[in-house]
Design a protein around this ligand. Structure first.
Ligand SMILES: *Cc1c(COP(=O)(O)O)cnc(C)c1O
Length: 407
């Protein structure tokens, strides 16, 4: 069995993460993937170029050989796309400049077929919510509970969209049941939080899997990118939209994302183990009202504090107080102030994004060091239960509440 066959048949995420998209390197005499920064590709045969452009315009199939122009495709980016498609177990993947560019391309691809209605389950990432709610691309959204999705679907429904675990509450949806409810309408699952290490949504019936590659796929907080993993038919339409609207991923970003993928399984498992441990400690801590940690696992923890959440943000020292997630270092932010600020207050509240919620992305630091930092950050002045009630906060019935009883 030669090396190519081994790579082509490997299905373990660990093996795919380090080999997919790199199968031809040894034959090229290379170890690290080359970075092709070309914006254009010379050719003395303009008839052949015309044929290649015609073929792309008609089908959206990635051109054979050099891509003609940087907006049609890029070999370094194509390596990342190949690798991500293998990891998500889809036929293809199409990369974009950011997660939002990827979502925009999906909406535009569906709009081009005349379908403008989207059914979506809250919560979604704040800007995804905003893009749909504001109808910036001309879509009309119906928000539904997972159980209400089937009833919300109309003849002009382009897409059903969900995140699971969702940003920022980590709410989980039964993807197989949801896919069933979608019937023939494509289900788009934003898999940014789970990554293909924990969940491959196409195995549950999703047609489109979206990532903000900025997060776990890149993994080091130094590259913006987005990607949609899907069947080749949808990928062709996405490539045509990308060519016409220009939201391409830079080749250097493609290189960094491919490199990021090679450590994705190791990073996700290590950070998840730490996150599970921190979630358990937070759940047992009287200064914490409620902890959200997915059954699926993962490296994100959300929690509602009895102390002022803004004070926790001001007090962290090792953990970085910043939006975004999925980096090697731990980040914490207050969704109502930052990641979900753009979502109207009532919609935020009904989606479970309370004013007391903090969202933490657990990195690769030592778990005890992280806990020490959280522990001291939580040591702000406790908020009196009466004030919590005034703020509409449900105070869970727990023994620790007894100490406030006589106050
Ligand atoms: C960050 C994020 C996005 C948007 O991705 P960008 O790369 O920032 O454009 C979409 N979905 C989820 C779940 C995210 O966390």
């Amino acid at each position: 069995m030669d090396a190519d066959t081994t790579n082509a048949t490997a299905t373990s995420v660990d093996t795919l993460a380090v080999h997919a998209g790199r199968e031809d390197l040894a034959a090229l005499g290379l170890h690290a993937p080359p970075i092709d920064l070309s914006t254009t590709y010379p050719s003395y045969d303009s008839r052949a170029e015309a044929a290649r452009i015609d073929a792309f315009a008609a089908t959206g199939e990635a051109p054979e050989g050099p891509p003609v122009y940087g907006r049609l495709g890029n070999p370094t980016v194509a390596r990342f796309e190949t690798a991500l498609a293998r990891l998500e177990d889809t036929e293809a993947a199409v990369a974009f400049a950011s997660g939002m560019a990827a979502l925009s391309a999906v909406l535009l691809a569906q709009h081009a077929t005349g379908l403008r209605h989207v059914v979506a389950v809250r919560p979604l990432y704040g800007c995804s919510d905003h893009l749909l709610t504001a109808g910036l691309l001309g879509s009309e959204v119906t928000w539904a509970d997972p159980e209400g999705v089937a009833a919300a679907i109309r003849p002009d429904t382009a897409l059903v969209m969900v995140e699971s675990p969702a940003n920022p509450t980590l709410a989980e949806v039964d993807l197989a049941a949801l896919a069933e409810a979608c019937g023939t309408v494509p289900l788009l699952v934003d898999n940014t939080f789970a990554t293909p290490v924990l969940q491959r949504p196409v195995h549950s019936g999703a047609r489109l899997v979206l990532h903000s590659a900025t997060k776990y796929l890149g993994g080091h907080g130094d590259v913006l990118g987005g990607v949609v993993a899907c069947d080749e038919a949808f990928a062709r339409r996405l490539r045509q939209i990308r060519f016409a609207t220009g939201g391409v991923l830079h080749p250097l970003a493609g290189y960094l994302l491919l490199r990021g993928l090679s450590t994705l399984p190791v990073r996700v498992r290590a950070a998840s183990a730490s996150a599970a441990s921190l979630a358990a400690r937070l759940a047992a801590d009287p200064r914490v009202l409620r902890v959200h940690y997915p059954k699926l696992g993962g490296a994100m923890v959300a929690f509602e504090t009895r102390t002022d959440p803004h004070e926790v943000i001001a007090r962290v020292r090792l953990i970085t107080p910043a939006v975004s997630l999925g980096s090697v270092d731990s980040l914490i932010q207050h969704p109502a102030s930052i990641s979900h600020r753009i979502v109207p207050e009532d919609d935020r509240a009904s989606a479970g994004v309370s004013e007391r919620l903090l969202r933490m992305s657990v990195g690769l630091e030592d778990t005890e060091d992280l806990w020490r930092d959280l522990d001291q950050a939580l040591d702000g002045e406790p908020v009196h239960p009466t004030r919590l009630l005034e703020q509409g906060v449900q105070v869970p019935d727990r023994t620790e509440d007894a100490e406030f009883a006589g106050v």
